[in-house]
Write a protein that binds this ligand. Structure first.
Ligand SMILES: Cc1cc2nc3c(=O)[nH]c(=O)nc-3n(C[C@H](O)[C@H](O)[C@H](O)COP(=O)(O)OP(=O)(O)OC[C@H]3O[C@@H](n4cnc5c(N)ncnc54)[C@H](O)[C@@H]3O)c2cc1C
Length: 391
């Protein structure tokens, strides 16, 4: 297959020389594991102590990985990506770890607002939310373990269900697809049941509600097949975001501490095969499914291109989307869009201190592994050289 992702000119066409230099500097910084560890600790401390570090965070990691503090801040970025590169956006309210009812209502209202935005803007084809943005982690966990909720908890859970229902209903009424993120396995069962109920209700004509399958879990293909059997019987479509999964260390650690079998595949290669198998399965049943492939892996992206062509699926078929995170893998996003595929980037936003957990995950993911320069840094270096006429 033609290696379309090597074109760094397309990839960085939105970045001026200065922006490219800033990105180079940033990835150079987070390339070093000790520096990321120290930086994370110092930043967390400084934020807790109310030291004036927000400006520094904004000028470095925040502006690279986020669209702004509010959804309105994101609009210039949304427009630029769409108008120049043909790449859509998924506005992602990335505030994490808030555990009170008013924060859950806020998150729901943000999602409703984004559904409204999306209705008006072709460049925003999806809305998204996190299950634990709408309700307390412990409730999901307790339900997932098959425990009975006490009366107060049941009332609280009813509110979670209501929040899910309100956003899914609004998405359905406005014909906007809605992605629901995947989180830790010990809360996911309860979320899965709830999302499946939403699919039953709102995916009768096509996929509006999308759950997430984290393919680093060895049980997810079976889950997809079981859900598919139910969908066939009951007559609903399945929407799925496929990812590898972001909580591997946490999952393995908990399993080891508590002495149960880890839900994570035994190796990276096993995760890769599992991811490909799920993509293949969905492509083979695309008449009642829709897929959002959330990955920065070039091979997985090439594989999906191949499967689309093999199954006679048009590049811009509304049931197949490629997704990357803002600030990462522009070589995949912009080259795919240039070829006519549907591409959307998650564009996180929120107050600086509240999106820190998200930013720390991005920094950790971009530190070099076994001395190898990180993927992003390699690409940026190549583009710098190209602009300087070195290749
Ligand atoms: C648009 C988008 C949306 C996302 N949404 C979510 C979400 O809702 N929930 C979520 O959890 N994550 C989400 N992610 C993050 C995603 O799960 C991955 O962490 C990230 O994309 C890196 O995986 P990759 O497919 O890009 O490729 P790669 O870099 O090829 O894969 C890295 C991944 O492989 C897996 N892996 C690595 N080593 C091993 C090993 N030894 N054994 C088994 N598996 C291994 C891990 O999952 C690791 O993150 C999202 C990513 C994108 C791009």
């Amino acid at each position: 297959m033609n290696k379309i992702f090597d074109n760094t000119q397309n990839a960085f066409s939105l970045k001026s020389d200065t922006e490219l230099e800033r990105a180079y500097f940033l990835f150079k910084l987070i390339d070093s594991e000790p520096l990321v560890k120290i930086g994370t600790a110092v930043t967390n401390f400084a934020l807790k102590a109310h030291l004036p570090v927000e400006g520094l965070i904004r000028a470095t990691v925040f502006d690279h990985f986020c669209g702004g503090v509010s959804e309105d801040d994101c609009i210039p970025v949304v427009d630029k990506m769409y108008n120049v590169g043909g790449v859509s956006s998924v506005l992602d309210y990335s505030v994490e770890g808030k555990e009170d009812e008013s924060a859950f209502d806020d998150a729901m209202n943000k999602t409703l607002k984004i559904i409204n935005f999306a209705k008006e803007k072709k460049a925003i084809p999806f809305a998204v939310f996190k299950p634990t943005g709408f309700g307390r982690f412990e409730l999901y966990e307790k339900l997932g373990e098959g425990k009975t909720l006490n009366e107060a908890e049941q009332i609280e859970w009813n509110r979670v269900v209501e929040r899910f229902d309100r956003v899914c209903k609004a998405a359905h009424e406005n014909d906007i697809a809605l992605l629901i993120d995947g989180e830790e396995s010990w809360m996911q069962d309860a979320a899965d049941d709830l999302v499946a109920d939403m699919m039953r209700k709102y995916n009768k004509e096509k996929a509006i509600v999308y759950n997430t399958l984290q393919m680093y879990r060895w049980d997810r293909l079976d889950y997809l097949k079981k859900l598919h059997a139910q969908a066939q019987q009951e007559g609903f479509h399945i929407g799925m975001k496929l990812v590898r999964g972001a909580y591997m260390e946490k999952e393995n650690k908990r399993a080891e501490e508590r002495g149960y079998k880890s839900p994570i595949c035994p190796s990276k290669q096993a995760t890769d095969y599992n991811f490909d198998d799920a993509v293949t399965y969905m492509m083979e049943h695309i008449e009642t499914m829709a897929i959002f492939a959330g990955t920065h892996n070039e091979n997985s992206s090439y594989k999906l291109i191949e499967l689309m062509s093999h199954n006679g699926i048009a590049k811009n078929d509304f049931r197949v989307w490629f997704g990357q995170l803002y600030g990462m893998s522009d070589n995949i996003s912009f080259n795919l869009a240039a070829e006519g595929y549907n591409v959307a980037k998650y564009l996180p936003f929120g107050p600086v201190k509240d999106v820190m957990p998200y930013l720390i995950r991005r920094a950790e993911e971009n530190t070099s592994v076994a001395g190898q320069t990180s993927r992003e840094l390699t690409l940026i270096k190549r583009e710098r050289d190209r602009r300087k006429g070195k290749n």
